[in-house]
Design a protein around this ligand. Structure first.
Ligand SMILES: [Fe+2]
Ligand SMILES: [Fe+2]
Length: 132
């Protein structure tokens, strides 16, 4: 996405669609984890899909940030790396059978993305909207 082609309404839509898809995946995984007798491989597969979806989404947001002059772009990207690492570690632990069905893990999938969306991403959308 070059600066000349920048379209803030497209950016807003991409981000909203991505977030909706990620929230739906999180809901699916939470439901699978709560359901008795769920095949752990099914949870692992859904987590792997969330990792890939998240990686793609973060790349898209990084491209958007490259078109804007927002002061916290590096902090935003650093928080993406932190979230992706935490999710990947959780997916790996689940695959190896450590804590796949545990509810007392330090990693809380329910809140994993929320702070980021409400702070970093909300600010990114606001800055993007100002660019027009
Ligand atoms: Fe973000
Ligand atoms: Fe986001």
């Amino acid at each position: 996405m070059s600066t000349r082609e920048y379209d803030s309404s497209a950016a807003r839509i991409f981000i909203a669609i991505d977030h909706t898809g990620m929230m739906e995946l999180i809901d699916q995984i939470m439901t699978l984890r709560k359901a008795p007798g769920t095949d752990p491989a099914k949870i692992s597969a859904a987590l792997d899909e969330l990792v890939e979806t998240t990686r793609d989404h973060f790349d898209r947001e990084s491209d958007i940030m490259s078109c804007l002059s927002n002061d916290d772009a590096e902090a935003h990207r650093a928080h993406h790396r932190y979230l992706l690492t935490a999710l990947t570690d959780f997916a790996d632990a689940t695959r190896s059978g450590q804590g796949a069905l545990s509810t007392d893990t330090a990693f809380d999938l329910d809140t994993w993305l929320m702070f980021h969306v409400q702070h970093f991403d909300a600010k990114l959308v606001a800055i993007s909207d100002l660019k027009g």
